[in-house]
Design a protein around this ligand. Structure first.
Ligand code: MP5
Length: 208
């Protein structure tokens, strides 16, 4: 049987709900998130995105040429995103030199370990990581300022379209993958969901 991205969402609805629905996001929507908690997320997410850039580059290196367009578009967008994170940190007078917290480090290490897995697994991880933010920032509904800018970054129609393209590319490769590789893709999807939930939670546990 062929595994698809949609089947993964249908097989693990609770895990995926916990990855994309979290009090952190609801409080951003309502404007009640503590600035310190938001700043923790912001500085840690910058560190995550720097490592995610390496993961995306490794995925591109393993991809068939037909997938280059979408992945190069993603890398181009990340260049802007990293600069945007630096702007947001400066506005808030935050240093981006802070050390990664344990939760962030664990996610980054896992991601690095996926870089040596078959391309179908990497493509599935990439789709899941991007979908988590695409859905997570949209599900609470319209956010108040200044958090609306963050919701817009990952919830805008262009980003939603990018995530759909990632899904199509992952599905295409999963269709030709062995059962073993499909099993690896399923495990990686579950890991992404767990790590995403932990990442939201990090802002509440450790403060800034
Ligand atoms: C993303 C992110 C989305 N920024 N942080 C986490 C913890 N998960 C997913 O990645 P990107 O590169 O910001 O679109």
């Amino acid at each position: 049987m062929t595994l698809t991205c949609n089947q993964l969402l249908e097989t693990y609805p609770d895990l995926w709900r916990d990855a994309t629905r979290h009090p952190f996001l609801d409080r951003c929507q309502a404007g009640t998130i503590e600035p310190q908690q938001f700043n923790t997320w912001l500085t840690q997410d910058y560190l995550f995105v720097t490592e995610f850039t390496r993961f995306l580059a490794n995925t591109l290196a393993a991809a068939p040429v037909a997938h280059f367009d979408v992945l190069l578009g993603g890398l181009n967008a990340i260049r802007d995103e990293l600069a945007w994170f630096r702007d947001k940190a400066q506005e808030r007078q935050l240093s981006l030199d802070s050390a990664p917290q344990a939760t962030c480090e664990a996610y980054c290490q896992l991601m690095a370990s996926w870089s040596v897995q078959p391309y179908a697994v990497q493509a599935t991880a990439l789709w899941a990581i991007e979908l988590a933010y695409n859905q997570g920032w949209q599900l609470p509904g319209v956010m108040v300022s200044p958090y609306d800018e963050f919701a817009q970054r990952w919830g805008n129609p262009g980003f939603t379209e990018y995530v759909k393209q990632l899904e199509a590319q992952a599905n295409e490769r999963l269709a030709g993958a062995s059962e073993d590789v499909q099993g690896q893709a399923e495990a990686v999807f579950q890991a992404v969901a767990r790590q995403e939930n932990a990442f939201w939670q990090m802002a509440f546990i450790q403060g800034c």
